[in-house]
Design a protein around this ligand. Sequence first.
Ligand SMILES: [Zn+2]
Length: 320
Amino acid sequence: MAQGGPVLAVDIGGTKMAAGVAEPGGRLITWNQIPTMRDVDAEGLWRNLENLLFEVLDAGNVADPAELSGIGCGCGGPMEWPAGEVSPLNIAAWRRFPLRARLAEEFGTGGDPVRVHNDAICMAAGEHWRDAGRGKKNVLGIVVSTGVGGGLILDDHLIDGASGNAGHIGHVVVYPEGPPCKCGGRGCLEAIARGPALAEWAQSHGWRPDQPGVTAKDLSADAMQGHGIAREALRRAGLALGIAIASATSLCDLEVVAIGGGLSQAGALLFEPLEEALSIHARLDFTRKVSVVPAALGQHAGLVGAAAMISAGERYWAVD
Ligand SMILES: [Zn+2]
C-alpha cells in the first residue's frame, strides 16, 4: 500500500474511455483517451482499456502498480454499486461486467483501494473537490449530455443513497404531461434536456428537417449563429433545468449547482432561460441564493473525481 502515492484514474463512457495518473492533490500528471469501440465483445473492450491503462501508467512514470495509492474509476450507469458490476446503457458489450474486480485483479496490489462509481457522480465529486464548488459544502453537479445525470454533495460529503444513485436529477419530473422518458416515466428532465431529445425536438419543428445524424452539438452551433428553432430548443432545455434545479435546491438546501457535459458549452443560450425559470420557481430566501455555474474542469472532471474517491476517500467514498 502506497499511501500518498499517485492514483490511477479512469473514466469510461459510451463515446470515449479516458485514463490518467493523478497526484494525491488531484492534479493530473498525464492523461489520454481512446474511442469506446462498438464492434467488440466484453473481453475485446476490456483489452482496449487495459492497453490504455498500461500506456498511461508508463507515461506517468509509474513502473509498478505498487507505487499507486489506489484506482478510482467512473463508468456510465447503471451498475451494481459498490460491487462495480457495470451494465452501461451506452456500452452494449458490457452487461454485468465485473469492472471493479477486473481492475483490482490486473492493476491492484492487494491492499490498495479500487473504487468504481457512476460517471456523473465522479464529475460532481471532481468539481466539488477541485473547482466549481470549492469552498462550498452543498453542491449538486449535473451532466447534460446523451443523458442527464448528477451527483450530490451535502455537508462536504458525497451522498450515495441506498443504491449509489442519489443525485440522479435526470429523472426528476419537470412537466408531468411531457414526453415519455426512456425510464418508462413521463416528463423527466432527461426526456426534455438530453442532447438527442433536443435535436429531435428541433428537427420536428423544422430545424435541418431532412438531415439524419444531426446532434446537439450541431444544434448549439446553429443556435449561436442565431437560428431561431435551435435557440428555442436550448431555451426549452434551460427552462427544464431551471425547474429541476429549483426543486432540488428546495429539497437539499444547495449552495452551488455546477453544470457540465457538452450542452453546458452553449453558454447564455442555456443559462439565461435557466435563470429565468429559477427566478420563477425558487422564491424562498434560501433557494434564491443558489448559484448555478458552468462546470470548471471540463472533460477532466470525471478523472479528477475518480481520483477523489481514493485521495479524498473520507469525503467521496463511504463504503468498502
Ligand atoms: Zn425518466
